[in-house]
Design a protein around this ligand. Structure first.
Ligand code: DSN
Length: 443
């Protein structure tokens, strides 16, 4: 394969090649990998060429510690603006991103606040905890093996180390156990409750969790990184007004650059701003903030609404195809963009010794997904599940017929997981399909 044919225009790879052929070869190989395999990782996507171009703009050269607005502490103005000079354009682009985040995520922008500086989702969540809690305070989050995120209180992270993290889980049907959540909240009296998930295929009842949070006087934080694009297009219930604070990444279903957003009811804004900077971060990545502004404009379009609807339709079709083949789905179905497969307990040959082995073998067939813990798993690195999703394939323009084909390939690759030759045959078929679906940044 001639890798130079796959140069991503937005990265100006020719310039990289002139300066550094070794790095250029790696970048070209990654473009080739993305072009020839099917991305089923539900948290990955393809940024548009406009997003990628903004990311590689001259804003990468600029330091901009501070904010384009007053920072307050209660009624007291602490600081105004940035620390360094030369901020006319950083201020303009950050204000634009903030305005678009508020318009997209909130019912009433005047009464909400947005911080667009978090470098990604984990720093955004940490900034919220640091803004609201003191070390040792109690907060609640969904268990990692039940679909939660590391930063929702898992013991290997600072969120589990610095705070008193209490976890809730799913019931035997695979749905969030709202009764247990309420019991745990009443007994542990958390100051903050995290809801939201990274591997949960069902809709989240923000209204119910909001009423529990109000009952115990906790701040409710909804981490919608996975479903942000569904919430803002009406395809999933919206966390506001039930949640006080919403966090999200910008690079998953929102199709922006790698980054994070925190949108909150206005009273939490000053504490969140101070927590992000100077509490946790230094200079914001202004090139990423420009790219976030572009992505938020794209996400407000009719085309994005149609995209999000197709993401959900594709996930349902994929789920039907996989169930038909014999796979077992945690929760039994999908109501959003992702499916969680229990690969140890499938039937009709749709089973494997664990998710780690099967995900590695699938990659040989050009099917790129991720191993994932499922309820009952003790080891995150040797789990019984695989997580798949449709945001990326839908960006490429794939529809229901391609989902049916992908389900057949997943079953075929599972039944022949020990046969590398068979997996290579599937990989060639996958690459043939992908030739018709070029990622935006590969053109
Ligand atoms: N790594 C992200 C995901 O894949 O869902 C969560 O942070």
């Amino acid at each position: 394969m001639n890798l130079t044919e796959l140069l991503p225009a937005s990265q100006n790879l020719a310039a990289v090649r002139r300066a550094d052929p070794e790095t250029a070869d790696i970048l070209a190989a990654e473009s080739a990998r993305q072009q020839s395999t099917i991305c089923l990782i539900p948290s990955e996507n393809y940024a548009s060429t406009a997003v990628s171009a903004a990311l590689s703009s001259t804003l990468t050269n600029k330091y901009a510690e501070g904010y384009p607005h007053l920072w307050t502490n209660g009624d007291r103005v602490e600081r105004n603006g940035r620390y360094y000079q030369g901020q006319a354009n950083t201020n303009a682009v950050e204000r634009l991103a903030i305005r678009r985040a508020l318009a997209l995520f909130t019912p009433d922008p005047e009464n909400y606040h947005a911080n667009v500086q978090p470098l990604s989702g984990a720093p955004a969540n940490l900034a919220v905890l640091h803004a609201i809690l003191q070390p040792g305070d109690v907060f609640m989050g969904l268990k990692l093996a039940h679909g939660g995120h590391l930063t929702h209180g898992h013991h290997v992270t600072v969120t589990g180390e610095y705070y008193n993290a209490v976890q809730y889980g799913l019931d035997e049907t695979g749905a969030i156990d709202y009764d247990e959540l309420e019991r745990v909240a009443l007994s542990s009296q958390p100051k903050l409750i995290f809801c939201g998930a990274t591997a949960y295929p069902l809709q989240i009842d923000f209204a119910r969790i909001g009423s529990i949070a109000r009952r115990v006087g906790a701040v409710l934080v909804a981490d919608v990184a996975h479903i942000a694009g569904l919430c803002v297009t009406g395809l999933h219930p919206h966390p506001f007004p039930h949640a006080d604070i919403v966090t999200t990444t910008t690079h998953k279903i929102l199709r922006g650059p790698r980054g994070g957003l925190i949108v909150s009811k206005k009273q939490f804004g000053p504490a969140i701003d101070r927590s992000v900077f100077p509490g946790l971060q230094g200079g914001p990545h202004m090139n990423a903030i420009a790219a976030i502004a572009v992505a938020l404009k794209e996400a407000a379009s009719d085309a994005y609404r149609a995209y999000a609807a197709q993401v959900v339709a594709n996930a349902r079709e994929l789920a039907e195809g996989l169930l038909h083949e014999g796979f077992r789905l945690v929760g039994g179905r999908t109501e959003n963009h992702l499916l969680l497969l229990d690969v140890v307990n499938g039937t009709n040959g749709c089973r494997a010794k664990n998710g780690s082995y099967l995900a590695a073998q699938w990659e040989k067939a050009g099917l790129v997904a991720n191993k994932n813990p499922i309820p009952g798993d003790a080891k995150a690195w040797l789990p019984s599940g695989i997580r798949v999703g449709t945001p990326a394939v839908t960006t490429l323009g794939m529809k229901e017929s391609e989902m049916r084909q992908i389900a057949r390939w997943m079953a075929d690759a599972t039944r022949h997981a020990d046969d590398d030759g068979h997996l290579e045959v599937i990989a060639r078929q996958v690459a043939q399909l992908m030739a018709a679906f070029v990622p935006p940044t590969a053109v």
